[in-house]
Structures are given as structure tokens and as C-alpha cells.
Design a protein around this ligand. Sequence first.
Ligand SMILES: C[S@@+](CC[C@H](N)C(=O)[O-])C[C@H]1O[C@@H](n2cnc3c(N)ncnc32)[C@H](O)[C@@H]1O
Length: 249
Amino acid sequence: MDVNDKYALSFGAFAGTYAALRPDWPEGTAAWLAGADFDARPKHILDLGAGTGKLTRTLFELGHSVVAADPSADMLDELRRQLPTVETRVGPAEQIPGTDHEFDVITVAQAWHWFDPEAATAECARVLKSNGLLSVAWHRRDEKVPWLRELAEVVGRMESVSKGPRAERLTVSRPFGPVEESVFDYNLITTPEGLRGLADTWSYVRLAEDREAKLDAVIALGRRAAQPDGRLVIPHQTFCYRTLLTDRI
Ligand SMILES: C[S@@+](CC[C@H](N)C(=O)[O-])C[C@H]1O[C@@H](n2cnc3c(N)ncnc32)[C@H](O)[C@@H]1O
């Protein structure tokens, strides 16, 4: 990875806010990513780009043995505050801190777009067991909802700063096989203030020159979209992809 990448590495400076406001990963989604429908046994899982452990937590609570890896030591500090018994390892997807054939499953939540896909694919193949599973997922705000289209106009788009596409069909080369897709509905429940804080965790907002103006517009929009009781429901779709390691390089 490019260690000077200010966007990819921008999260650690506000890990606590990130942990409080970003979407969680429901059990059904995490179970699909762990391949529970074809093998329900607990697995040894590497959560890669684990950040503060949003998906790690659900995998752990489902009974899997999880190792969380991320290049940001600050994000992993926050993860350990929340999940003190989970093993963490500092390192990027392009040089995974793991031994050959170590894991049954690798999960990547909201992070594959920060990776160099070729190097990450080769590294995932190295640390997975034969027939291991690589699962990649993104939450995406449902822009069929008019105020969420307006939100995108206000804040801009993450694709302007990331290294790869997000929430588009995962393409991985051999030795991985065909990619399977599943889409889950997910509602993030917050408040207008929560939406402002959430938007401030988006790297393309936090590092924008007009960050304060964007955040003022976000809270105004949130107040307009909130329910009479003050709650703000943000519909998402969660795009999930998985592929089996079919043979060795
Ligand atoms: C948007 S956060 C997602 C965190 C977590 N998986 C979640 O769903 O909340 C992206 C994470 O990817 C990490 N990251 C950025 N570049 C990376 C790389 N090359 N390899 C592994 N992780 C990377 C960041 O440090 C950050 O923790």
C-alpha cells in the first residue's frame, strides 16, 4: 500500500467517533460472509481492514475465532478497547500479517476499495486454506430514496478519492473461482446530529477544504428528513460478494 495515502489512512485519527456512528453488520449478513449456509461450523477468520471491529464483533459473537488486521494501529487500539480478547495484527492487505494457509475465511468490510486489488488478491490466496472463502462487502446508502440522492449532491462521492470501485461486483482473478452475490437491506437509525457526525467520518468529507460548509448542509438536510420524534432512518443496501479459492497459484 502507499503509506502516504492520506485518504486510506485517515480513519485512525477519529477511531472512537467511527466506532460510535458507522453502520454495524447484522448477524444474517455476517453469517453469509462467513459461509454459514454451506458449513455452519465455527471458522478461523481474518477480518482484513477491520478498523474498529464493526464486522469483527458480529463474527466473534457468532462464535468464530477472529483475527483482526488493519494498517492503522489507532483503529486497532479502539477495536481492542471494545473486543479485548480478539487478536489484532497491524498490516495492510498487500502484505497480510499471516502465515500461509492460515485461515478458513477472509472478510473485508467497507475496505476493499482501499486495496491494491492484484496484490491483495495474491495475499488473500496465500493466507487462505484450500477451498477457503474470500468475502467482500459494502454498505451503500439507498439512493432510490430522494433525500439520500440530495445527500450525495451535498457531500460528493467517495469514488473521487478511493483506489477502486465500491459496491460494484467484485472481480478477482485466479486462483479464485466465480463470484457469488447477495444484497441485504439495512437501516441505520440515527439523528440529524448523528448524521453530521457520520458524514464527518467519510474521508472525502473530513479531508475536504469545505468540510464545515458540507457538514452544515448535512445537518440541515438531516433535520428536514427526520421523523417527528427526531429519529432519522437511513436506508442502506449491503452488497456482499464471496468466492472460493479453487486452486493454488
Ligand atoms: C471504512 S474503514 C472499514 C472498517 C471496518 N471494516 C468496518 O466495516 O467498519 C476502512 C479500513 O480500511 C483500512 N485500510 C486502508 N487501506 C488498507 C489496506 N491497504 N489494507 C488493509 N486495510 C486498509 C483503514 O485503516 C480502515 O480501518
